[in-house]
Design a protein around this ligand. Structure first.
Ligand code: PMP
Length: 386
């Protein structure tokens, strides 16, 4: 087996979850998903598809109806995007891996903004690329910020790809439009590709103009810019288990992406794609409800955490996570395991997302019943003895 694969680090989130899964006395907030099932019209569309006997392969790039529905949905949010720039993928994570396969040769230099969901830094390593991480920095009060000068200085003509996930898992950090503009302009001069993971774009809470999503690179980029945007049905449509996502890329790239999809998964199952079409048809009912509920959850959890002594936590602008640190605690992984064992509370360890997040913990607040969050805080309080 390849040494790279043998030496791949296992997910520390899984390590904690494995220690507590199946224990009914643990309140689990470790994974990035809601405990609410996918909305009924979406499930119905999949069942109807199976009822019609749609059990065959589809086009590598996805059903034409789904690609054009995605193009319309994306265009409504970000300005005109043609369907020939869209590929349907088996989840956001497959879209990310396909993008890495399309862009990275062994030895290529990749810059990634961290902390970030570990898959985004493991995948370039699987491709044999050289990874350089540019850390966000926590400010007093728990807000994480980007040192833009450090990022731009790290992106040189030898940088093949820069990976940015905003709104960010785990910190909730979000890029501003101006920062996106600077990154695009800089990458045009260095010839660097941008891989923008925008799967949390709709989970965005405090936009004074009340617009419907976080700033996207698609709002600013030209169609031919070296930009690939990764998207997912998982978060905004409560569809984690379906494995459905999409990519937006320059039109010249789409055909080649189709070849990679052929050699990876060939296509996404048709009933899943039909569910995706239904999700987009119902987007204006589903997503605002999901987002306003998540905001209720965020606002139930964060003030309770902020009220605890020795906790540093900011209310995130985007995403579905409260990211916090407890003063006087050491290694996140040890801490998360102790919390499972001793408090019956399941959280993700911050150091799963990058070295700079050592000592931090991530709490997914996507809970159907916000009372679960309150119970979780009570367990933390009891454990802390406050
Ligand atoms: N990107 C980020 C930043 C994520 O947090 C996730 C899910 N945790 C994904 C991509 C992938 O989501 P999915 O594969 O379920 O579409």
């Amino acid at each position: 087996m390849r040494a790279t694969v043998i030496h791949l680090e296992e997910s520390k989130i899984r390590e904690v979850a494995n220690a507590g899964m199946g224990r009914s006395d643990v309140l689990a907030f470790w994974f990035g998903e809601s405990d609410e099932v996918t909305p009924e019209p979406v499930r119905r569309a999949a069942m109807e598809s199976l009822g019609r006997g749609e059990t065959f392969y589809s086009h590598n790039l996805g059903l034409p109806e789904l690609r054009s529905a995605i193009a319309s949905y994306t265009s409504a949010l970000h300005g005109p995007i043609a369907a020939d720039r869209v590929a349907v993928t088996s989840g956001g994570v497959s879209g990310l891996m396909l993008s890495m396969q399309a862009l990275l040769d062994p030895g290529d230099e990749v810059v990634a903004v961290t902390p970030v969901w570990p898959n985004l830094t493991a995948q370039p390593q699987i491709m044999g690329a050289r990874l350089r991480c540019i850390p966000l920095r926590p400010q007093p009060g728990g807000v994480w910020v980007l040192d833009m000068d450090a990022l731009l200085a790290a992106i040189t003509p030898s940088t093949r790809l820069v990976i940015v996930n905003a709104p960010n898992n785990p910190t909730g950090w979000t890029l501003t439009r101006d920062e996106q503009r600077q990154i695009i302009q800089h990458c045009r001069t260095t010839g660097t590709w941008i891989l923008a993971d925008e799967v949390y774009e709709r989970l965005y809470y405090d936009d004074p103009s009340n617009s419907v999503c976080a700033p996207s690179f698609l709002d600013l980029a030209e169609a031919e810019d070296r930009l690939v945007v990764v998207q997912s049905f998982s978060k905004s449509f409560l569809m984690t288990g379906w494995r459905l996502g999409w990519l937006v890329m320059p039109a010249e790239m789409t055909h080649h992406m189709g070849k990679l999809i052929e050699f990876n998964t060939s296509c996404t199952s048709v009933f899943t794609q039909q569910a995706g079409i239904a999700a987009l048809q119902h987007a204006s009912e589903i997503t605002p409800r999901v987002v306003s509920h998540l905001q209720v959850c965020r606002d139930a959890l964060v003030p309770l955490l902020q009220a605890l002594p020795g906790i540093e936590v900011a209310s995130p602008r985007g995403g579905m996570y409260a990211f916090f640190r407890l003063t006087g605690q050491g290694d996140s992984l040890d801490l998360a395991k102790r919390l499972v064992r001793e408090a019956g509370l399941g959280l993700a360890p911050g150091n799963a997302f990058g070295l700079e997040a050592q000592g931090w913990l991530r709490w997914c607040f996507a809970s159907r019943d916000p009372e679960r969050l309150v119970q979780g805080v009570q367990r933390l309080k009891t454990w802390l003895g406050v």
